[in-house]
Ligand binder design. Sequence first.
Ligand code: SAH
Length: 215
Amino acid sequence: MDPAAERKMQFLFSLRSHGVTNKRVLTAMEKVDRGKYIRGTFEDRAYEDTPLPIACGQTISQPSIVALMTEALDVQPRSKVLEIGTGSGYQAAILSQLARRVYTVDRHSRLVKAARQVFEAEDISNIIAFTADGSRGLPEQAPFDRILLTAASEDPPGPLLAQLRIGGIMVLPVGQSDAVQTLVKVTKTEEGLDYQELRAVRFVPLLEGLGKENT
Ligand code: SAH
């Protein structure tokens, strides 16, 4: 087997061993090349199941966590999805395989620009990336069927809960930024909000306002 195929097999094996079973999610993870979303020193570690540093002091999440969060979000082919925290664009690319359209926002314009370039190079046309403070959501595009946060907040941000459609699902890390956080799945029903705690995670914090380079 050539090294690239072997790397891919190991990558998928590691996802399965972390309990990822959803076929659509595994197919999406197989199709999106994580190597395209990492530049420089860490490029050659793209297929390891580990978070890695990206520009602006941020991180690209660990693939098995990306897969588990995507599975929890239960994305449907007709779903309109909002992701807060574009980072490298990798998670958005995974979502774009499963959803009708993905809106993704980051507070760093530099990350948004770099991610847009990869989406274009990879021929991904159903992602719209914005530079914005995601804690306010994206009111002009609301409501969303699914909302995913890839930065941790102390509580689910009110504007995001408001922009979730009835029947919609939001997945987010909740907790203090310097402690272990809990991945929470919120389901919005006619009666109210349903909270389910999934597992311990560790994400960078959701910060207010735009990144320094934009101000
Ligand atoms: N999903 C990314 C990883 C995200 S790391 C990936 O697949 O690579 C978390 C990201 O959240 C960082 O890029 C950070 O800039 C962003 N972020 C933090 N607070 C934010 C906010 N209020 N609005 C938008 N993005 C925010």
